[in-house]
Ligand binder design. Structure first.
Ligand code: CAA
Length: 385
């Protein structure tokens, strides 16, 4: 749903200009230094990028899902690492409290996330628990008016920077499944939290992940998302957060694909072989056209699912359809972009080499392609029963 066409057009223009004039020129620096420059971070805060999806009453821009998707298309035109630093505040780091939190919890945490003063992070994955999230082992055992957390969370995006974590932990060790899990808001400076070294990743340098280790970490019972009476609801909170996150990542994949198509097209029009630009060779044209058609299909898919979400339809299955298609699509587009660049595509002088590594993550995080297939198929069967 677009609330005001002129306002969203202005925001798209502003962010598009920021991407072209500030972020794209800084891509190589961010990749080589594995850090986003402070001045760019400040500009992101000033533009409200940390609070895009956060409701206006908590100081955010309150974008609808359709509006957020349009902005994610623009942001996708540059390195995914830029999006990552404000991505968790708009998505998995804030949505748990926004969807299922109490008013007090929202008041306490969300306004600071909207400004970027506080970075929110999402702790679901563990060393032995990835796709089978319901079997997580981190425990939260009640002790008076606190819960005591023990366990390790892995690959936590913005873990090094986070000031608050949404942590899924088992409050009922007797229940080994989803129903034994509760979600907590845990302040980053709580005694008993240790951060591992930042992971050395294949791509997306500038975006950081690390282990978060909880050792007898005492968290007030009122920090359970929704309050202590919501014990056992944490897995569902996590799933609802991921439904939204998967749609957002799908939109980012579309933006990245469009960037790669631009880069590949420009290179193909410039590079000459057999006496003419390679863009005039039909086998190159086939790669360009396939990429264009697939990115267009993905864009339409994201827009449809986003509009349905705004209309309050259950989009769990559609979000997984989009994540599965868009993540695989951008992988194919990145592969063709490298192929069109030929030997130059394998050299880090051209952005396609970096993007080829960056996009590999989209097929893995916020649920692998195989998990999306499972979600889609299960929903199909349920609907047919
Ligand atoms: N919304 C609300 N409730 C939901 C739901 C949804 N989308 N999906 C499931 N549930 C509910 C079910 O209705 C069920 O409730 P009842 O017990 O009351 O019936 C309960 O949750 C358990 O559901 P399932 O039986 O379907 O659970 P499952 O164990 O079979 O697992 C799964 C389902 C889809 C495989 C799930 O485990 C999953 O999504 N796994 C992937 C995890 C994932 O995406 N990890 C990514 C981590 S975050 C990240 O990557 C970001 C980063 O920073 C790196």
């Amino acid at each position: 749903m677009i609330r005001d066409q002129e306002t969203i057009n202005q925001l798209i223009d502003t962010i598009g200009r920021f991407v072209r004039e500030r972020l794209i020129p800084a891509e190589e620096q961010v990749a080589s230094e594995d850090a986003i420059p402070e001045d760019i971070l400040q500009e992101m805060k000033d533009m409200g990028l940390f609070g895009l999806s956060i409701p206006e009453e908590y100081g955010g821009l309150g974008l609808t899902m359709e509006e957020e998707a349009l902005i994610a298309f623009e942001i996708g035109h540059t390195s995914p690492a830029f999006r990552s630093i404000f991505g968790t505040n708009n998505g998995i780091g804030s949505q748990g409290v926004l969807i299922d939190g109490t008013d007090e919890q929202k008041q306490q945490y969300v306004p600071k996330m909207a400004t970027g003063e506080l970075i929110g992070s999402f702790c679901l994955t563990e060393p032995d628990v990835g796709s089978d999230a319901a079997s997580l082992r981190t425990t939260a055992i009640r002790d008076g008016d606190h819960y005591v957390l023990n366990g390790t969370k892995r690959y936590i995006t913005n873990g090094p920077e986070a000031g608050v974590f949404t942590v899924m932990a088992r409050t009922n060790p007797e229940n080994k499944g989803a129903g034994g899990i509760s979600a907590f808001l845990v302040d980053g400076d709580t005694p008993g939290i240790h951060r591992g070294k930042p992971d050395k990743k294949m791509g997306q340098q500038g975006a950081h992940t690390c282990d978060i280790i909880f050792e007898d970490c005492r968290v007030p019972a009122q920090n359970m998302i929704g309050g202590p009476e919501k014990e056992g609801q944490g897995f569902k909170t996590a799933m609802k957060v991921l439904d939204r996150g998967r749609l957002h990542i799908s939109a980012v994949c579309v933006g990245v694909a469009e960037r790669l198509i631009d880069d590949a097209l420009r290179y193909a029009m410039d590079r000459k072989q057999f006496g003419k630009p390679i863009a005039e060779h039909e086998l190159i044209q086939a790669m360009l056209a396939d990429s264009k058609a697939e990115a267009y299909a993905a864009r339409c898919m994201v827009m449809d699912a986003a509009r349905r979400k705004d209309a309050e339809e259950n989009v769990s299955m559609l979000a997984s359809c989009a994540k599965l298609y868009c993540a695989e699509m951008v992988g194919r587009v990145a592969d063709r972009a490298v192929q069109i660049h030929g030997g130059a595509g394998y050299i880090n002088e051209y952005a396609v080499e970096r993007f080829y590594r960056d996009v590999r993550l989209f097929r893995i995080y916020e649920g692998t392609t195989q998990i999306q297939q499972i979600v889609v198929a299960r929903n199909m069967i349920r609907e047919a029963q």
